[in-house]
Design a binder for this molecule. Structure first.
Ligand SMILES: Nc1ncnc2c1ncn2[C@@H]1O[C@H](COP(=O)(O)OP(=O)(O)OP(=O)(O)O)[C@@H](O)[C@H]1O
Length: 584
């Protein structure tokens, strides 16, 4: 989703600065001193030569100059240390705040809608764009001090000799302008090298996830070759990037020598006549170098500013409809102490009846569900079945609010609810068709932050006990990225245990036992049916259909038959056909 009305970058920046204003001010003050300090050596150098040539004002001796250098050096050290500490504090807070606000929004959105782009891009927004946004804070005071410095330097140079200053500055400005132009091109090359790096990272991620499939298909060689090919592209892009930036840097680095040479050429006549002193020359060559450096630095800052504007737009897009300023809303970050523990689950009214009326969610390609209604009474089992692509998963996810309903409503004990906010633990828990496990232990994956007291029962309910006993580290076994070290059936039952640990009054399960052997599957359903929880399950398994209080048969997103299995087998030819399929 595009945010058309993203406020100006400075508005965001101001709000970020006021999140930790004293740190920002301390950093700005310290860096201003740091940037302005180079004005001193030029003046001191000139004074030194004036003293040596006997032209200095009365009272100024070499020792006066030494004292000024020592005092200024100490002040500069203090400024650097203070500014670094204050800046790090501000920058980490600013970046953390933007990341916190992005993640808070992503977690608030219905699951299936949380990421508008692919996951990799969303991660890069949370990681890199928040970084660019926070770095932009430093842009403000660097730019300010740079302008003061460059302006001050130019005034001093002009006061020494207007003609020489102008003659020397014009060719320098042309060289710097050309180099800036080249930098814009280099920026594009940098983007290409970043894209190539992202591709390699993506390939490595896919390999890690699909490691079992790759081994089973005996395709290790091909996969490594693909990674090599991606890496070759990356290597070329990175070398081009490096060569470009070194070439540009060398132009910038030689500007100062060029300036000193030009000054000597232009001022040679005046020097001979004694109008342009050695002190003046020292002043010129020092400031020319620094003014040139700062001009280059300004170019970099302007681009950083533009890039951070782009970062704001990308981050605002991830907010999907929330006001863009939400990005910089002030909230505590709990950096020094642990955040307060999450509020315990509230006591909720147990389910007596869940009513779904005319629920509709149609995807752009026209798949989905249309006008689905059903009623689930406490303690009953409702099984949704139907051919592949008939809309079973869409129905479950729409009831849970993971897909926003385009029409229809969900009522809990008679009251209309907003499913996205309401159909969550401990009222409802859900095991999707392809459960998402996280790298960590089995215990962490089941509990996800809950206290341990429901763990044993959840493991037992999910028929996971015998598997856990066989593992060396039991529940503390690390399962690898997305659970790659577990079998498909173990992944399903770990996810089921996670659901049971929430002690919900409505269990929602999508093809829960598809990867289980017959005995384990029967035992799992026996345990589920032995609880008093209300169940809404997608399944094709005869044993489950037979146990159901009602079966909903879906076809092309619509319910074409509903009722107990025995009744449907009498009345629905579609059901008879569908029911026989799995057994044949
Ligand atoms: N995110 C999506 N975007 C577009 N179309 C989708 C999306 N998800 C599902 N569909 C389409 O909606 C229809 C129903 O999909 P759904 O996953 O609900 O079917 P299903 O009955 O659960 O299938 P299966 O038995 O394979 O799990 C299909 O035609 C599918 O292609």
């Amino acid at each position: 989703m595009k945010n058309d009305s993203v406020p100006p970058t400075l508005t965001f920046l101001w709000r970020l600065i006021t999140y930790s204003p004293w740190r920002y001010l301390a950093a700005a003050g310290g860096w201003a001193l740091f940037h302005l300090w180079p004005l001193l050596p030029g003046v001191l150098g000139k004074l030194l030569f004036d003293v040596l040539e006997g032209r200095a004002a009365p009272g100024i001796t070499v020792w006066t100059l030494v004292a000024i250098v020592v005092a200024a050096g100490l002040a500069r050290c203090a400024a650097i240390i203070g500014a670094t500490v204050a800046w790090a504090g501000w920058y980490l807070r600013a970046r953390g705040l933007v990341q916190r606000n992005l993640l808070a929004r992503v977690f608030r959105l219905p699951g299936a809608q949380a990421m508008p782009t692919n996951v990799g891009e969303s991660i890069s927004t949370v990681r890199d764009d928040s970084d660019a946004i926070a770095l932009m804070g430093g842009w403000g005071f660097d730019m300010m001090s740079g302008l003061i410095f460059a302006g001050g330097g130019m005034i001093i140079l002009l006061s020494v000799d207007v003609k020489i200053t102008l003659i020397v500055m014009v060719p320098l400005a042309i060289v710097l302008g050309l180099a800036q132009f080249a930098r814009a091109r280099a920026y594009r090359i940098r983007e290409q090298s970043r894209d190539a790096t992202a591709k390699v990272t993506g390939t490595i991620g896919e390999i890690v996830v699909a490691v079992r499939a790759i081994k089973a298909a005996n395709k290790e060689k091909e996969v490594v070759e693909r990674l090599r090919a991606d890496n070759r592209v990356r290597k070329t892009a990175m070398i081009r990037d490096k060569v470009q930036s070194l070439a540009i840097d060398s132009v910038f680095n030689s500007t100062a020598s060029l300036g000193a040479g030009l000054t000597l050429l232009v001022a040679a006549g005046q020097m001979r006549g004694g109008d342009f002193t050695i002190g003046d020359f020292v002043l010129f060559s020092t400031y020319l170098m620094q003014v040139a450096d700062y001009t280059a630095f300004m170019g970099f800052l302007v681009r950083t500013y533009q890039q951070s504007g782009v970062s704001f737009v990308r981050a605002a897009a991830l907010l999907q409809g929330a006001p863009p300023m939400t990005l910089v809303d002030h909230h505590p970050l709990h950096l020094r102490h642990d955040p307060p523990p999450p509020a315990p689950y509230p006591d909720v009214e147990p389910l007596r009846e869940l009513e779904v009326r005319s629920l509709t969610h149609v995807f752009p390609g026209s798949g989905g569900i249309r006008d689905v209604s059903m009623t689930l009474r406490r303690g009953t089992v409702t099984v949704v079945t139907g051919e592949v692509g008939s809309g079973k998963t869409t129905l479950l996810r729409s009831v849970l609010g993971l897909y926003a309903a385009q029409d229809g409503e969900v009522r809990w004990n008679g009251s209309r609810v907003d499913p996205g906010d309401f159909m969550i633990p401990p009222r409802v828990a859900y095991t999707p068709q392809n459960p998402a496990l996280l790298s960590g232990s089995i215990r962490e994956n089941i509990l996800l932050g809950l206290p341990e007291d429901g763990l044993e029962r959840a493991v037992q309910m999910a028929v996971l006990g015998p598997d856990v006993e066989r593992l060396d580290d039991g529940l503390d076994t690390e399962i690898g990225v997305r659970g790659v070290r577990l079998s498909g059936g173990q992944v399903q039952r770990t996810a089921a245990a996670r659901m049971f640990a929430r002690k919900p009054s409505l269990l929602v399960m999508d093809d829960l036992s598809s990867a289980l052997d017959v005995t384990t599957e029967q035992e799992l359903w026996r345990r589920i049916f032995a609880t008093d929880a209300t169940c809404l399950a997608v399944s094709h398994r005869p044993a489950v259909l037979e146990r159901a209080d009602q079966v909903l048969l879906l076809k092309q997103g619509r319910v074409i038959a509903a009722g107990p299995l025995a009744e449907l087998l009498e009345t629905s030819a579609d059901m008879r056909m569908h029911y026989r399929l799995p057994r044949e």
